[in-house]
Design a protein around this ligand. Structure first.
Ligand code: ZN
Length: 75
């Protein structure tokens, strides 16, 4: 099973649709068992929706800080 660091590293590839089916399965299994990573995943997915619908520069600093903290918890 993938560990937290690996999961978070591949999260971006996952969201970009750049992982193989096998890699996606590993990540998904980890997210099912690891709520901090699932939280980070949900948050990143939500952020992407915001970024897609607006200019990147308009993402509030507080939102960026939340991501940084979420990732630090897993480090
Ligand atoms: Zn994890």
């Amino acid at each position: 099973m993938a560990d937290c660091n690996e999961t978070l590293r591949e999260l971006y590839l996952y969201l970009d649709g750049q992982l193989t089916d096998e890699d996606r399965d590993h990540i998904q299994q980890h997210l099912d068992d690891c709520s901090p990573c699932l939280e980070a995943f949900d948050f990143e997915a939500e952020l992407r929706l915001v970024v897609r619908s607006r200019c990147v520069e308009q993402v509030p600093e507080s939102l960026r800080a939340r991501i940084a903290r979420a990732l630090e918890r897993e480090a």
